[in-house]
Design a binder for this molecule. Structure first.
Ligand code: ANZ
Ligand code: ZN
Length: 876
């Protein structure tokens, strides 16, 4: 038979699937639904190979579940707002809207060439007014429900460009464009009250048993719940500026109070501000801290620095014990109370701090088994458990008991009218600031009126659409510069007013798109309750681990907020979550030190050696490390090139074959060629089977001979393994099973041909059955080839629409083996195990026999001797 021509076949089948609209999902379908979703792409202009992997993983599941008879929802859309569109407008003078929709058009064509089973009828882009209109409606619903608020927040201000910068636009404390030192400014910002749900978002992680543990852990840490104590330290009045008389701190370690050496407050703590009023050196120090930035990452790595305010705090258990109060760069105003007591022996940051300022340390928690007198801390703090030492009435207690004891005593004590301490649960999670001072985002639908303050845009005036006649010749927000857009009259009193010119963080757009896909045609509301409640949650969500925290957490918040405002009924949007690994590639270093791209390089394989040369000049190239594909290292491959030369099925197969989907896969030309060869092999095998099966009876034979039975066992065994493999997302294992089965079919064909006569009816029937099963099991991975094979086998309709074959369980039962069992030389019974069972399985089965347990009289067996295929002897 001829070679399979993917370039000819693939577009043909894609067109046929479209023509028959087989992937269009009906909302009123009565079958059980299954919702598969891959994280939708940002329309940057071209899809990259990571997208191909992401969508292929989802497509295998979608195609399999469809074949299993589910009403599968598998939609696609575009996460289309964001900064790159504005940058393109500035750099290339293309309007953000035109740039975005051009990119979508190009990328959609690319996506189609992969042969994904997507319902394109549901496609939308988040920059479509028909989408963001509903997002604006929900913003107003959240506002009315107290889930959105305006709050003073610190933002990054570029004093040269006179503009607000996103965190990622601040590089080493400077504006990415102007290079100016970025200032922190307080401005009114819109926030979503995600902290309303801190505890719930944490608790519900326990129900997400089809999420990767590592993702759940990352979310748990991000939410960051800690149980601790708020303690009011009295301040020594003689040392304190105008009337401040106490300092409130948050601690998770009240057990360490007798190891305290200092107090520390954040640079923007009110007490620091007060103390700086008549202390210019302190004021300079505070300014310096602010200049260095307050991003967590910077604080964690920056050297610990402090400034002694001269203020003294009084130890809560000893009125004569005074602690110096420092302003320190590692204390955040946004966490707890913005103040701490420092116990250097048991906290590394505090230890680094005292070692710098010579304040010393006293260990108070001694590890079990350590002699207290020899327990000394120098450079490494001890944060483990142990017994209390150097701590007066706490001595000898466990640290846990000491925590409780301190809490009880200080709770019971009062100063003024209030207790000295109260228990407090703190969360690291902050409310979600959604204001962005950018043009290309969803406008926040409120109006600022000098008389009425913030006035929501009336629902009937939604959407507030973005103007298109904008210019980017000035820095800052183009919406703000627009001559007319923001000038409106107040919907409440009619006075001259201005629109909010902030737009929403693009994470808002991606926090509910999965709900919109269930009914993107509803023009009146974000969701259609009956539909969304049936189609959500997403059964399997797939995406990169880089979205494991924010995107998933925001979506979980949004779903709860949508529930609270009547748009959905569930709390959790994603029942199953899967994080895929990256596609990585070797790097190639040219003699001149530059990087060569894979297309410029020829690889020769000689045994275990691989040699690379530049195709153009023949110069040798050094093969470098395997790394994440990046433009700078030039180790990227272009999906269009791969699909153009090998076809989509080969790319899909290779992507799935080489490593488990949650690990990185190394893209290699050799690997792709291997996949292409295997594709041709499948094609030949199916054609040969079709030939051999020509004489097969239509009716299933009543009995099968040895050869036919063996082939049927192989076929149904493969069917069983591939089915469970897909359900567990063990795709690389499935592919290995398919290869193995292809070998078995090839062997059976070869044997049948070596007989002079045509195969017996039972064998020809089984050959045909095996070929059909083979095509079906690889159809989710190589759907185009599968259609072509389906046709070659004379099967009716499309394989993409065929029901998954029924497994015949009888064919899966392995042959059993029964062995007599003796205990101390006396026969006590027999054991039946699979014929392939190993010794550990046989031993376990033998020890589980009641007769054997009785004969051993509750004692352990000393030895078990297995004579293969004959007998088992237990020695008691
Ligand atoms: C005294 C102490 C002794 C502490 C000790 C720790 C170890 P988590 O678990 O993250 O909640 N802390 C409190 N507020 C802070 C702030 N605004 N900036 C920086 N650090 C702050 O951490 C709670 C601990 O972090 C608190 O317990 C406090 O230091 C510090 F051996 O109090 B601890
Ligand atoms: Zn008004």
């Amino acid at each position: 038979s001829e070679r399979y021509n993917a370039r000819d076949a693939e577009p043909r089948w894609q067109a046929e699937w479209d023509r028959q609209a087989i992937f269009a999902t009906k909302n009123d379908d009565s079958r059980e639904k299954y919702y598969v979703l891959e994280m939708f792409p940002y329309p940057s202009g071209r899809i990259h190979i990571g997208h191909v992997r992401n969508y292929t993983l989802g497509d295998v599941i979608a195609r399999y579940m469809r074949a299993k008879g589910y009403n599968v929802l598998h939609p696609m859309g575009w996460d289309a707002f964001g900064l790159p569109a504005e940058n393109a407008a500035i750099e290339r003078k293309i309007a953000p809207r035109a740039w975005t929709y051009d990119n979508i058009k190009a990328m959609k064509k690319q996506l189609r060439s992969i042969g994904l089973s997507l319902d394109w009828a549901r496609e939308f882009a988040t920059c479509d007014p028909s989408y963001y209109k509903h997002q604006q409606k929900m913003f107003l619903d959240f506002l009315r429900a107290g889930l959105a608020e305006r709050e003073k927040r610190k933002i990054n201000w570029d004093p040269v460009d006179m503009t607000v910068l996103a965190n990622e636009q601040v590089i080493d404390g400077r504006g990415w464009r102007s290079g100016a030192v970025v200032e922190q400014r307080e401005m009114n910002q819109w926030v979503f009250k995600i902290t309303t749900y801190s505890q719930e978002l944490l608790d519900a992680l326990g129900t997400l048993d089809r999420w990767p543990d590592k993702v759940r852990l990352m979310q748990r840490n991000w939410i960051g719940r800690s149980e601790g104590l708020l303690i009011r330290f009295a301040l020594d009045p003689a040392t304190t500026p105008n009337g401040e008389n106490e300092l409130k701190i948050f601690t998770t370690r009240p057990d360490t109070l007798f190891g305290a050496k200092f107090m520390a407050i954040a640079p923007d703590h009110p007490l620091a501000q007060a103390a700086a009023k008549n202390n210019s050196a302190l004021a300079d120090f505070i300014a310096e801290c602010k200049r260095r930035g307050t991003a967590q990452a910077e604080i964690d790595t920056a050297e610990k620095m402090g400034f002694d305010t001269g203020i003294k705090a009084v130890h809560p258990f000893d009125a004569t014990w005074k602690l110096p109060v420092y302003v320190a760069n590692f204390i955040l105003m946004e966490y707890g109370t913005g103040a701490i007591f420092g116990c250097p022996a048991h906290d590394q940051r505090d230890l680094d701090f005292v070692n710098k300022y010579g304040l010393g340390n006293t260990p108070v928690v001694c590890p079990e088994g350590q002699e207290p007198s020899s327990f000394v801390i120098t450079d490494t703090a001890y944060d483990g458990d142990g017994r209390m030492i150097n701590s007066r009435f706490l001595d000898g207690m466990t640290a846990d008991a000491a925590k409780e004891e301190v809490a009880k005593r200080l709770e019971g004590e009062t100063r003024g009218k209030a207790p000295v301490a109260e228990r407090k649960v703190n969360f690291r999670l902050r409310d979600w600031g959604i204001s962005r001072q950018r043009y290309w985002g969803c406008p926040i639908p409120v109006i600022h009126c000098p008389a009425c303050d913030v006035v929501p845009v009336p629902d009937e005036n939604l959407p507030v659409t973005l103007p298109e006649d904008v210019t980017f010749d000035k820095p800052g927000n183009a919406l703000d510069h627009h001559p007319t857009w923001k000038h409106v009259s107040c919907p409440r009193c009619g006075a001259k007013a201005t629109r909010e010119t902030d737009t929403m963080d693009t994470f808002v757009d991606s926090s509910w798109y999965f709900a919109r896909f269930t009914d993107p045609w509803n023009d009146n509301a974000p969701t259609t309750r009956a539909v969304v409640d049936r189609m959500l949650p997403v059964d399997q969500y797939i995406g990169g681990v880089e979205h494991a925290i924010l995107h998933l957490l925001y979506s979980r918040f949004f779903t709860r907020a949508m529930k609270a405002t009547g748009h959905v009924s569930m709390d959790e949007p994603f029942k199953g979550m899967f994080t895929q690994g990256m596609v990585v590639h070797e790097t190639y270093r040219k003699p001149d030190g530059g990087w060569a791209s894979p297309e410029e390089v020829r690889i020769e394989v000689d045994g275990n050696n691989r040699r690379a040369t530049l195709i153009a000049t023949g110069e040798p190239v050094e093969i470098g490390a395997v790394e994440k594909m990046s433009k700078s290292k030039r180790n990227t491959v272009d999906p269009d090139d791969i699909i153009g030369s090998y076809g989509a099925d080969t790319a899909r197969w290779f992507m799935l074959s080489d490593s488990p989907p949650d690990r990185d896969v190394i893209w290699s030309e050799e690997g792709v060629q291997g996949a292409a060869r295997f594709m041709q092999r499948l094609w030949r095998l199916v054609n040969e089977s079709a030939e051999a099966g020509k004489t097969a009876p239509q009716e299933r034979p009543a009995a099968f001979g040895t050869d036919a039975l063996a082939l049927r066992k192989a076929a149904h065994g493969a069917l069983d393994k591939v089915s469970t493999g897909i359900e567990r997302l063990h795709f690389n294992v499935c592919l290995a099973n398919i290869r193995e089965f292809a070998n078995e079919l090839a062997d059976a064909l070869a044997r049948s041909r070596s007989n002079k006569s045509a195969p017996a009816p039972d064998l020809s029937w089984s050959l045909r059955e095996a070929a059909i099963i083979l095509v079906q099991v690889f159809s989710p991975m190589m759907p185009h080839l599968a259609e072509e094979c389906w046709q070659a086998l004379g099967q009716a309709g499309l394989v993409s629409e065929a029901r998954w074959p029924q497994i015949e369980p009888d064919l899966l039962v392995e042959d059993a083996l029964t062995l007599p069992v003796q205990v101390n030389g006396k026969k006590r019974g027999e054991v039946t195990v699979a014929s392939g069972a190993g010794n550990p399985e046989i031993e376990a089965a033998v020890l589980a026999l009641d007769a054997v347990k009785q004969a051993l009289g509750g004692k352990q067996a000393r030895k078990i001797i297995i004579v293969p295929q004959r007998i088992v002897n237990v020695v008691g």
